[in-house]
Design a protein around this ligand. Structure first.
Ligand SMILES: NC(=O)c1ccc[n+]([C@@H]2O[C@H](COP(=O)([O-])OP(=O)(O)OC[C@H]3O[C@@H](n4cnc5c(N)ncnc54)[C@H](O)[C@@H]3O)[C@@H](O)[C@H]2O)c1
Length: 330
């Protein structure tokens, strides 16, 4: 797969490092008006690209995804688009329309779906290990440094952890439990006081009747988060702690430890823990390999733009529900 990478900032640079190591991938260039990388052909814009390309990895700021996806579709390039698929549902639908019209594939960078431990969790739930899933409880609480927000697009509302981080969690929960019926929530910006939510509590009801709670904060120091638990992101400290607990009619399971609590009839007996061996991989690499398989016609996208649009829809509903406000009941 002759791959172009558009946007080589925080995540684009990580993709580039991995892409250079995947045998099925040949990096033919990077597009970025500001940054460049040694040893990789550089283009200042997509229009300027004059080499043969099969596929593009779009890692530009989210509000530019639709413009860049339309430009890619016009050139006949398959695309892997970073999450969120776009900044609005209308923009996300532009992406699916452009890709369908051009007959190219879309894959969206919800790379948790490519994590080996997530695959194990999904197989365990679907295999009935905890019976019917009833309840999920998640805490994602990480303290981002001030520099993360200074002098860039994250300084204002676009820096909300809902669109940047919870979109991953929403996609993961949809992957595990199906479609979402209702969301409610409360949020706050009490620590930083910026024009965006920074912490909150969300309730999610799935079509299946499963209820999930998500506590989130990007201003709180804690050991709980997907990245901290799994060690998936080299920029985030690893704790190995569970951040997600799922309870079902026959037992419960913690993630990422995959500790299963069961072997009891009802509350008269203590649930007994049993740990299984968790597998590990580098999900960004697995995602790139999957993208190469999709482009070669060997696989269907694990998460298409249309699928990711549903995760976006839920995430935008959460963003609206947790907008900080000062209401006091009379
Ligand atoms: N999957 C993940 O875990 C993950 C992590 C971080 C970011 N992201 C997503 O990746 C995207 C980028 O985020 P980031 O944190 O890397 O941002 P960033 O600001 O660090 O990088 C964005 C890059 O895009 C470049 N750019 C801007 N306009 C461009 C254009 N017209 N053409 C080409 N390049 C252009 C910028 O110069 C910059 O280098 C966002 O959609 C974000 O949500 C995903």
């Amino acid at each position: 797969m002759r791959l172009l990478i558009a946007g080589i900032g925080l995540i684009g640079a990580r993709h580039l490092r991995h892409a250079l190591e995947v045998p099925d991938v040949e990096v033919v260039g990077c597009v970025d008006p500001v940054l460049s990388q040694a040893d990789v052909p550089h283009f200042a814009s997509i229009d300027a690209v004059d080499v043969a390309v099969d596929a593009v990895l779009i890692a530009t700021p989210s509000h530019l995804h639709a413009d860049h996806a339309e430009a890619a579709a016009a050139r006949g390039w398959h695309m892997l688009i970073e999450k969120p698929v776009a900044h609005s549902v209308a923009a996300a639908e532009r992406i699916s329309r452009a890709a369908d019209g051009a007959g190219v594939q879309t894959l969206v960078g919800h790379h948790r779906r490519h994590h080996a431990r997530v695959a194990q969790l999904k197989a365990m739930i679907e295999g009935g290990v905890i019976g019917a899933p009833i309840l999920a409880s998640m805490i994602w609480a990480m303290k981002k440094p001030d520099s993360y927000f200074e002098g860039n697009w994250r300084a204002g509302a676009d820096g909300s952890p809902v669109m940047i981080n919870l979109v991953h969690e929403v996609d993961l929960l949809r992957y595990l439990f199906g479609e979402v019926a209702v969301v409610t929530g409360v949020g706050s910006n009490a620590q930083r006081g910026a024009a965006r939510v920074e912490s909150g509590a969300v309730s999610v009801m799935f079509d299946s009747g499963l209820a999930a709670s998500i506590g989130f904060a990007d201003s709180a120091l804690s050991p709980w988060g997907f990245e901290a638990g799994t060690g998936e992101n080299p920029n985030i400290g690893t704790t190995g702690e569970d951040y997600l607990r799922i309870s079902g009619s026959r037992g419960s399971i913690g993630f990422p430890s995959l500790t299963v609590w069961g072997d009891a009839e009802d509350w008269s007996q203590p649930a007994v823990p049993e740990t299984c061996v968790g597998e590990s991989n580098v999900p960004l690499v697995a995602q790139l390999q999957h993208f190469a398989d999709v482009v070669a016609g060997r696989a269907a996208p694990l998460v298409s733009a249309a699928d990711a649009t549903e995760s976006l829809r839920v995430t935008l509903a959460i963003e609206a529900a947790v907008a900080p406000r000062q209401e006091v009941a009379a």
